[in-house]
Design a protein around this ligand. Sequence first.
Ligand code: FEO
Length: 182
Amino acid sequence: MKTQRLSQKLTQALNSQVTLEANSSQIYLMLASWADDAHYDGVKNFLMKHSQEERVHMAKVMEYIQERGAKVVIEALEKPGPEPKDILECFEMVLDQEIKNTEAIYQIVNWSFEEKDWATWNFLQWLVNEQREEEKLALNLLDKVKLAGGRSMSDTSKFELDKTIGNTPQEFPVADDINPLE
Ligand code: FEO
């Protein structure tokens, strides 16, 4: 009896998404390490928390693959880097990472639509919503960095920006409801 309810193509695509979320978590860790070294304590805290958020996404996709009777394959991760040169580049990298992730998810949504795999399509709507929120947040933070002066911000602006970013809430309700790590 057939127990696997995911096609080979979608199994591979979702496994790639597991790797992508794990790589994304590594990128946030690399950025957090850069922020600590550059004395942005608030930014570091934000990036550390976000790294964890990416692990939640990874675990959620793993859980879905398993729930559909397919096998999760854990791959090696890429070395993230190079580190950003400054705070502006740091948040440009955050936005870039989120957009790449969104595009990968849209591709899987397309394939699930083509296959009429409505369970997978429906599951992916959670990630689509999550990405919408994450892109909104990344854009908002990039705007804040630019408003504070970008590459030529004063020490006072740097202090205020760091505090603001450190206090930015980022636990999205959609993720909280289904956090498999809790
Ligand atoms: Fe898992 Fe930031 O997307």
